[in-house]
Write a new protein. Structure first.
Length: 324
């Protein structure tokens, strides 16, 4: 009786694995076939744009222009706020966030006033949001105080900038209902793959600097020092797993949750560095004259930030919004 039960369980498991392997095989065949036919899908997409009354070349120039305007405006507004208020750390982050809000709101008002085409308006507003958000990350990374970490920050900014450019193209394809194989091609080779390769290369190339930065204030042999030593390799594992999960979703036809996955990935990558930055500020505040209260406030803020990041990363999968 027990032998028969084990045999039935083994056969059920085998059947499940067989169905899963067939799903993977059929999905990969469909994706490869779609990629091979992407040239025809692109021509059909361009023809549909022309039929709808758009000039593809002029439309592409408009998208590039509004992205450059959003980038320039966001950087100029944030830099002006930071220089006037002589803001540092958290106030600088608030200034960049305020600049994004100003640019997005002003762009929305102008687009609503000047463009009657709702599809074009939505596409251009998506470009503004992506460009402004990417600027808040890339610009401080590339223009920060020169140090031994400058090249590492530059490499991260390049990775995020290239992925953001791919997101702009992907958002436009989605707004104008491009064929799924064409969107899959851009999502894989213009967003996921470059981001994964460049972030992994940045952390591996500068792994000693990353370890040194994360080891601030820790004793030799401590858990934090050990975690700092393996963190670059953990980052590589995290981005590779994220890439694998996205490709698995695309292969088996499950709705991808790339938006929240990207946010979670950025939070996971930034969390240790943000924790060290807050601890450094608290340590400097505590050492200053009469800074005991300020140091205590920084330590409290450090706990709040860590708890908030863990809460966001701990959202159950059913709360994740689908991007389909």
């Amino acid at each position: 009786m027990a032998a028969n039960l084990r045999t039935d369980e083994l056969e059920a498991a085998t059947a499940i694995l067989h169905r899963f392997s067939m799903l993977i095989e059929n999905g990969l065949a469909a994706r490869f076939s779609g990629w091979l036919s992407s040239g025809g899908a692109w021509q059909d997409f361009v023809q549909r744009l022309e039929t709808a009354g758009y000039n593809p070349a002029l439309l592409a120039l408009s998208i590039v222009a509004i992205c450059l305007i959003a980038i320039t405006a966001t950087a100029a507004i944030a830099s002006s706020i930071v220089s006037r208020l002589q803001a540092r750390s958290l106030l600088s982050a608030a200034a960049w966030f305020a600049a994004v809000l100003v640019v997005v709101l002003a762009s929305w008002v102008l687009l609503v006033s000047l463009i009657s085409d709702q599809v074009l308006r939505r596409a251009l507003l998506n470009c503004v949001v992506i460009s402004a958000a990417a600027t808040t990350i890339c610009f401080p990374l590339t223009t920060g105080r020169r140090s031994i970490f400058s090249r590492w920050r530059r490499d991260l900014a390049v990775a995020i900038g290239i992925a953001s450019g791919g997101l702009v193209v992907l958002a436009c394809l989605r707004v104008w209902n491009a064929a799924d194989p064409l969107r899959d091609l851009f999502a894989t080779f213009a967003v996921s793959l470059p981001f994964t390769v460049l972030v992994a290369a940045a952390y591996l190339r500068h792994r000693r600097l990353v370890t040194r930065a994360l080891s601030f204030g820790s004793r030799a042999g401590s858990l934090r020092r050990k975690l700092a030593a393996i963190w670059p390799w953990l980052v590589v594992a995290i981005v590779l797993l994220a890439f694998a999960f996205i490709q698995l979703d695309l292969t088996i036809g499950r709705p991808t949750r790339g938006g929240l996955l990207l946010i979670s990935l950025l939070l996971a990558l930034a969390a240790p560095h943000l924790d060290v930055a807050i601890e450094r500020r608290g340590w400097l505040a505590a050492r200053s004259r009469g800074g005991e209260l300020t140091g205590a406030l920084w330590r409290t803020f450090r706990i709040v930030v860590a708890s908030s990041i863990l809460a966001v990363l701990g959202l159950p999968p059913e709360k994740w919004p689908s991007l389909k």
